[in-house]
Design a protein around this ligand. Structure first.
Ligand code: UFG
Length: 323
């Protein structure tokens, strides 16, 4: 049985849909940003907070948990700058409580959701796991802190882990029953699609004076189901003792500018977007592209869905939502 913390959230709920085909699953989620209806009905759902040590002890005593996947975190860069306390409490302190309880119950296998934000503003074109980490905001730092703590814990205690550094997760489940739903929404693809579905007046491009071919920021978009599948391979590598500790990037290895993403959304939907060029958003690196060669070589994973498929799946979901 696997404990998925944050299994009602965007990435967690997609992971549960794939994992449930292979393992029984307990989801712990406080529904602060997640949605109960996104949890696969076959999973056991415990509504509660990760910071509640007593509750964690009850869960680990009650269920035969052999591994933990941890998706529950705050993940908005801008918010982390104005409210760092929230980020260090929810992303660092709560994870420490979890690790403490895991050690107490001798649960050894841990998959940790990390982020491209750990790299800060990289000085290379394609980011490898060995690229220097230098986060520029509390969100990135909160994730890197746990990465560092995990390395120390793995040396000292019986704990094995895989850290997965996500680039830009996007897209929705193939049947369109679940998708990306944040409130407020800040991510590019859902914002464009909400506009094209008639729920936003326009799309603002945050800066067109970056040092990129069309002046807008370049990101590496990865389908959430490809991400989910990487988690399952990572878990298997721990359970089968092929990995003791590992850190992997998860991206497509291809960069698309904000303008290219808007154009692809227009092509997929057949609707013209109303676009305005706005100011830069603070803390946005010009270009973030992953090398996912390491996880391909070690675990055989690669992203299978391209930007058009990502946007098509997201659109299948978004066009049926009411905002
Ligand atoms: N953008 C716009 N207009 C919008 C929204 C976004 O132009 O209305 C631009 C952003 O400036 C950025 C790109 O679109 O250049 C992508 O922005 P997102 O907000 O969709 O994603 P980010 O790259 O900012 O964030 C992602 C993850 C974060 C993570 C970060 C690491 O969602 O959790 O990468 O840099 F921290």
């Amino acid at each position: 049985m696997i404990l998925v913390i944050g299994g009602a959230g965007y990435i967690g709920s997609h992971l549960v849909k794939e994992l449930i085909k292979k393992e029984s699953v307990v989801v712990l989620d406080n529904l602060s940003t997640g949605h109960q209806k996104a949890i696969d009905p076959e999973a056991i759902f415990v509504e509660g907070d990760l910071r509640n040590e007593d509750l964690l002890n009850i869960i680990f005593s009650k269920y035969p948990i052999k591994g933990v996947m941890h998706f529950a975190a705050n993940s908005l860069v801008g918010e982390s700058v104005v409210d760092p306390l929230k980020y260090y409490e929810n992303n660092v302190s709560a994870t420490l409580t979890l690790l403490k309880v895991m050690l107490k119950h001798s649960v050894e296998n841990f998959i940790f959701s990390s982020t491209a934000a750990t790299y800060g503003i990289p000085n290379v074109d394609v980011i490898r796991e060995s690229t220097v980490t230098n986060p520029i905001n509390p969100y990135g730092r909160s994730k890197l802190m746990i990465e560092q703590i995990l390395a120390d814990y793995a040396k000292a205690y019986d704990i094995n882990y895989v850290v997965l550094r996500y680039f830009n997760a996007a897209g929705a489940f193939e049947t369109a029953e679940i998708g990306e739903s944040h409130n407020p929404e800040t991510h590019l693809i859902p914002i464009i699609l909400q506009h094209l579905a008639g729920y936003r007046e326009k799309v603002s491009v945050f800066g067109s004076d970056y040092e990129t071919p069309d002046g807008t920021c370049i990101r590496d978009y990865i389908h959430v189901t490809d991400l989910a599948n990487a988690h399952i391979l990572a878990l298997e590598s721990l359970l089968e003792r092929r990995n003791k500790t590992a850190t992997y990037n998860l991206g497509n290895g291809l960069g698309y500018s904000v303008k290219e993403v808007i154009e692809t959304c227009e092509k997929v939907t057949g609707i013209q977007a109303k676009v305005e060029i706005g100011d830069r958003r603070e803390g946005d690196p010009a270009r973030l592209i992953a090398s996912s060669k390491k996880i391909h070589e070690e675990l055989g994973w690669k992203a299978e869905r391209d930007l058009t498929e990502i946007i098509q799946s997201a659109w299948n979901w978004h066009k049926n939502q009411m905002y």
